[in-house]
Design a protein around this ligand. Structure first.
Ligand code: SF4
Length: 211
């Protein structure tokens, strides 16, 4: 089986296993996802979802958050860790949205990448989830799983994994595929324990590299 064939087979199996997999960060407006992805660095999505409720109670829109001092934001977001730098990035980011984009999140990958605290992973997540565009989100689960499965061979650097997956995954499948890898990585192909290959829907396809 070629890597292309393997990729298509894995996409289909995961689609059957997790038909409704989506982003596990809660948001109802694009700018809120931008805030949440910054807070999610080295923090669980579940904790971020709780913390942002408090943040939006006090600062309910882009203008309010842009007008807030970074220390006011830090006071609320510090349970997510790295409070000072996350607050600084969120503050700077909301000011740019307010001053340069009329309070909206730009629908452009390169413009997203220029926002403070936004890297390729976050920019891809927003392109896929908010704008419904092709996206490959290479988080820790994605990188671990595609190596184990054998879609890439010993590639750990996020951008290199992303570039390899662009060649293998149909663009319209990329965003959902990556969400499904997160679900699978949390429940079955786990990082901290031995992966549960005996109950894995990819068992016959997987190279089990490094397992
Ligand atoms: S077969 Fe094992 S290593 Fe492969 S994806 Fe499933 S749980 Fe992970």
């Amino acid at each position: 089986m070629t890597k292309e064939e393997l990729a298509l087979a894995v996409v289909e199996r995961l689609k059957q296993e997790y038909p409704d997999a989506g982003c596990t960060l809660d948001y109802n407006e694009a700018w809120k996802l931008l805030v949440s992805v910054r807070l999610a660095a080295q923090c669980t999505d579940a904790r971020v979802n709780v913390v942002v409720e408090k943040l939006y109670e006090k600062f309910p829109d882009v203008d309010a958050l842009a007008a807030a001092g970074p220390e006011e934001i830090e006071e609320i977001v510090k349970p997510c860790g790295l409070g000072r730098s996350k607050a600084r990035d969120i503050s700077a980011c909301m000011r740019i949205l307010r001053d340069q984009y009329g309070g909206k999140v730009p629908e452009d990958f390169d413009a997203l990448l220029k926002l403070p605290g936004v890297g390729r992973k976050s920019a891809n997540l927003i392109m896929g989830d908010v704008f419904g565009k092709p996206a490959i989100v290479t988080d820790t689960h994605c990188i671990r799983l595609v190596n184990r499965i054998g879609l890439v061979d010993g590639v750990k650097e996020p951008k290199k994994v992303e570039m390899a997956l662009w060649k293998l995954i149909p663009p319209e499948e990329g965003s959902d595929f990556c969400h499904r890898l997160v679900y699978h990585g949390r429940d079955v192909c786990t990082a901290r324990t031995k992966p549960h290959c005996d109950r894995c829907c990819l068992e016959e396809l997987c190279g089990k590299n490094g397992v």
